[in-house]
Ligand binder design. Sequence first.
Ligand SMILES: [Zn+2]
Length: 321
Amino acid sequence: MNRKSMVLAGLVIALFSIAAGYVRCPEDIKIPVLLANGEVITKPCYVTVDGENVALVDDEKTAEKVMEQVKSEYKNESTVNVRIREKTDVENMDLKNGDRKPEVLTEHEAARQLVEDGSVTVETVEVVAEGKTLEYETVTTESEELQPGEKQIVQCGENGFLIETKRIVKENGNQVSEEVIDEQVIAEAVPEIVISGTYALSAPLSQMRITSGFGPRWGRMHNGVDLGMAAGSPVYAAKAGTVTHSGYSGGFGNLIKIDHGGGMETYYAHCSSLIAAEGMTVEKGQLIATVGSTGNSTGPHLHFEVRMAGEPCDPIQWIEE
Ligand SMILES: [Zn+2]
């Protein structure tokens, strides 16, 4: 064999080798595989979660896209971050010529399967801003100028408004935590200011020891309360007003009556001495008499009455603690 024919033979062998498939392809090149049913597929690839095969797709590129697809299932316009908790990967499946066609899913099918069987935990972080009403408060001040139960609104309340920004963390679409990260007050609430009527009486004695209450007693009406106290103890005006009576008055004994205006009067009976004189203007808490047992009385005590338009009422309801 001469040199020319040797070169020619080498070339023929080389060409034959390529045609016979002896040349190695680099890893990233898809190698077509001929299946038993005559179909040709490329390189099927597993999607793995924590090392376990969970879905089989056509190729590596598709496998890589499955996780993006899974994440997008939980994304919305408020999502700022999304991650999968588990370690996910892709792993090529070895196929040989003549193998049976494996069960291969499309990218979408594989993603749906992972979402439905819950084999991955998709954590999303959403930032949501929402408007909130700031309810106004009601501030009530009491006034003796008004009748009890009567109300006067001196300033109308107005609700305010704020924008609250929340950071919400969800797992597979279920909220697991929520945190307010910003609050922007657009309008402050304006409080409602109300004046509420009260008669607010102060105690007529330094101690309130009720020995007999208001109401029916021994078949007749007890028009006031009896307050036990040693003779000579000071008696105070329960509310500011004008003394309309200061003198002896039958069963009341020594009696002081004070007119407080608005149809309200207070009576202080069985006193030992009378200090405030008729026609005098007295302040709330002013000394007006001393405790005694004059008139129809069995021992030293103060008989204290409150009358509204002449009608006796239980005074205890208006005495301040
Ligand atoms: Zn009495």
